[in-house]
Structures are given as C-alpha cells and as structure tokens.
Design a protein around this ligand. Structure first.
Ligand SMILES: NC(=O)c1ccc[n+]([C@@H]2O[C@H](COP(=O)([O-])OP(=O)(O)OC[C@H]3O[C@@H](n4cnc5c(N)ncnc54)[C@H](O)[C@@H]3O)[C@@H](O)[C@H]2O)c1
Ligand SMILES: O=C(O)[C@H](O)CO
Length: 392
C-alpha cells in the first residue's frame, strides 16, 4: 500500500501526468506544462529529502514524467516504477546527475534530463565569493564584530591575502570552472593554472587572445600593468603545488571521488585557499578537517559536503573554514531557469520532440517573451536511447 503524500494539483484534467518531487521557483515551468495539456502534481510534503518509497508513492500507477532533485536516489527501483507507470522521462533540476543511474534509465528507456548553462555564472560567482571571503577572512571578522569585540582599528586585525598577482588554480575547467577562472583573472588580475582531462580552448583564448581581439594580458600591458600569465598543468598535483587559491569544478564520478585527499592536501601551500562548489565527495572531508587543524593559515570555502546535509565531525568548529548549505546556484533567475529547463526536458520527451543540438545554448528556452523551441533542452542519454536531434 502506497504511503499518503501531500500534493498540489494544477490542471486536473490534463492528459499527461507530470510529477515534481518538490515545489520549484517561479510559475513559468508550471504554465508551460499546463499549456501543453499536462496535469502537474507538486509534492508539498514537509520533508527535505524524499526516500525512494516516498517517490514510488508519488509516481503511482500512471505517470508520464518526473522532475526530481539531486538529493534523490534515482536508480533501478525508481526507473522500474516509473516505466511501469508508463513514464518515459525524468529530469534532475540540476546540472550534476551523480544521483542518477543512467544505465538503469537506459534499461527502462527513460530519458534523463539535466540543466546545464543556466547556472554557470551563478555558481562561479559563489565560488568567487567564497574565495574572497576566505582570502579576506570576512566571516571571522563579521562574527568578531557581532560579538562586540571590536574596540578600535589595529594594524594586525584580520589580516588576509591580496589576490592580485597570486595564482588561481582551477581543477575541472568546464563551463563553471572556466567562468570562475575568468572572474578571478579578469576581476582580480590573478595568474591562472588549470587542470582538466581536456584542453579548455575557450578559456585559453580568453587569456592569450584571439586573432581579432587583444587578450586580457595584452590589455593589461597596454595599460601599463603586469600582464597575467596562464598555464595548462600536466597533472593535478602541479596545480595543487603552485596555486594560492584552488577551486574544484569537476563532475563527481569514480575518477574524482576523494580527488583531494590527505596526500594531496599536503602538497598544497600552507596558506593556500581551497574552494569546493562541485560535489562534497571530491574532497576526503575527514582528511580535510585534520589538515585544517594542523594548518591554521590554510583556509577553505565549502558549498558542498561529503555526507550532505551533515558535516564531518570537527569541521563546523574550524575558524579557517567557511561553510554554506549548497547554495551555489541559488540566484532567482537561475533557479527559475533550472525549473523551466527541467520541465521542458520532461515535456519534450512526452511530446516526442527532438533533443536540442547544443545543451549549452539555453537562452531560447529562457526567453519569457517567446514560446520555447519544440525540443528537449538537455537529455544526457539521448545517444544511448537513439533520440532524434533538433536541426535548430
Ligand atoms: N554547488 C552547486 O550548487 C553546483 C552547481 C552547479 C554545478 N555543480 C557541480 O559542478 C559540476 C560541474 O558543472 P559544469 O557545468 O561546469 O560541468 P562541465 O561538464 O562543463 O565541467 C566539468 C569538467 O570537469 C572535467 N573533469 C572530469 N573529470 C575530471 C578529472 N578526473 N580531473 C579533472 N577534470 C575532470 C571535465 O573534463 C569537464 O571539463 C557539476 O557536475 C555539479 O556536480 C554544483
Ligand atoms: O548540480 C547542480 O546543478 C547543483 O548542485 C545545484 O544547482
């Protein structure tokens, strides 16, 4: 017997039943589904992380598609239940989909959507914010002020690091890593070193210059300033050894689990800053707590944690750690856009639309003044399922 779940229903007579496991920001995503004959059911259960059993109850006997969240375990059990209910589409409201077993989805012929592009700059901005907050000890200073401890300016009060002229290291220079690198290079005139499995040509062109435009380095030189330098490292360890601020932006998979471990932390400069806005398990958090204890000048800014929502023991007590609750993509425009893209992924599969040819070109779907293209914006297993690709 399925557990009772509280839901909010839009367009009760709609032909296609689409379930969202959470209320999502904005209403455009609901309107777009309703206009296309969907009955939309939104789970309003007061429980942050839904279990597999909760979601099975939501899917019920007939369900055409589900919009889900990164906190949910989308594996064999859920894809089997969705397929049994006639469902052909699932979309994470996230770009990362390490919570989804794509092979299981393939087995049941379920399309898996994600939401790249719309969160690139917002996430990079939080990584930049954490970098500054750590470099200038903003959270510690704020706590000191609120505690009524400030009794006058002092030469040694909360002295931090100047970013200008230091080296920023990026591990995983994809969409977000590259956007972050540009912010730190352009905004703070930092030198760049990056490591990725692939060459990030777009990022390199920004620093070195393209044929018709001058590079940022040349621009600085022309203004009588020290030009920035850049380097693609041949190993991740090179980045860890050379950079003053290191930001992690890879996907989470078997190759990136505990990418930063005890040995690699030991390679880093004693006063380095480490930022993580990717996924918690990319860092061995127990090793990190030990490192923070023994290296008080080493600082971290973390948006994600190994066992979310929990922190490993001791992390919350460390003055040299800044911790925020997985809010890197949390700007209004981005979160509403993520909801829209996730809904359109599900709708696109239900309506038999082709898959959009470039999942990074999301603007046509986000333009509130126009109808979105008849395509599913980003389906990660499109190839495996043999789905047609849009000509646009
Ligand atoms: N904290 C948040 O709220 C938040 C928001 C958005 C994205 N994310 C995370 O950030 C990740 C990256 O997002 P994106 O849009 O930039 O993805 P992306 O695919 O554009 O970039 C990921 C990059 O990591 C590289 N990479 C993969 N394995 C690697 C390895 N072993 N070593 C070095 N580099 C490696 C890839 O080659 C790629 O360039 C997402 O998968 C998600 O987990 C978190
Ligand atoms: O992967 C993602 O999109 C984030 O973790 C949430 O925005």
């Amino acid at each position: 017997m399925a557990k009772p779940v509280s839901i909010e229903v839009w367009n009760p007579n709609g032909k296609y039943r689409v379930v969202s496991t959470k209320p999502m920001p904005g209403t455009r995503w609901i309107n777009l589904l309703v206009e296309q004959d969907c009955r939309v059911e939104i789970c309003t259960q007061k429980k942050t992380i839904l279990s597999v059993e909760d979601i099975i109850a939501l899917i019920g006997d007939k369900c055409d598609g589900v919009i889900g969240q990164l906190t949910e375990d989308w594996g064999e059990t859920l894809f089997s239940a969705l397929s049994k209910a006639g469902g052909k589409a699932f979309s994470n409201m996230a770009v990362g989909y390490n919570n989804v077993d794509v092979n299981a989805a393939n087995k049941y012929g379920v399309a898996v959507g994600n939401t790249p592009g719309v969160l690139t700059e917002t996430t990079a901005e939080l990584a930049a914010s954490l970098s500054l907050a750590a470099a200038r000890r903003i959270v510690e200073a704020d706590e000191f002020m609120r505690a009524g401890l400030y009794d006058g300016w002092l030469p040694n009060l909360y002295v931090g690091n100047l970013l200008k002229g230091q080296t920023v290291g990026v591990i995983g220079a994809g969409r977000i890593g590259s956007a972050y690198a540009r912010m730190m290079v352009e905004g703070f005139k930092m030198n760049l070193i990056y490591f990725d499995l692939y060459q990030s040509t777009r990022l390199e062109k920004f620093v070195t210059g393209m044929s018709q435009f001058i590079s940022y380095g040349e621009f600085l030189k022309a203004n009588g300033e020290q030009p920035v330098t850049w380097k693609r490292a041949s190993s991740m360890d090179e980045v860890l050894q050379q950079a003053d601020v290191i930001s992690l932006h890879p996907i989470l998979d078997k190759t990136t689990y505990h990418l930063v471990n005890k040995e690699r932390l030991a390679l880093m400069k004693k006063e380095a800053i480490l930022i993580n806005c990717s996924r918690g398990p990319v860092i061995d958090e127990v090793a990190l707590v030990e490192h923070l204890k023994h290296n008080p000048m080493f600082r971290v800014g973390l948006d994600v944690f190994e066992d979310e929502p929990y922190m490993k023991p001791g992390l919350g007590d460390m003055k040299n750690a800044i911790v925020v609750p997985h809010i890197a993509s949390a700007s209004k425009w981005t979160r509403e856009g993520m909801a829209t893209l996730a809904a359109l992924n599900v709708l696109g599969k239900i309506k038999g639309y082709p898959v959009w040819s470039d999942p990074n070109r999301v603007e046509p779907f986000l333009n509130e003044n126009a109808r979105p293209p008849a395509a599913a914006p980003s389906i990660v297993n499109a190839k495996a399922l043999g789905l047609p690709v849009s000509k646009l």
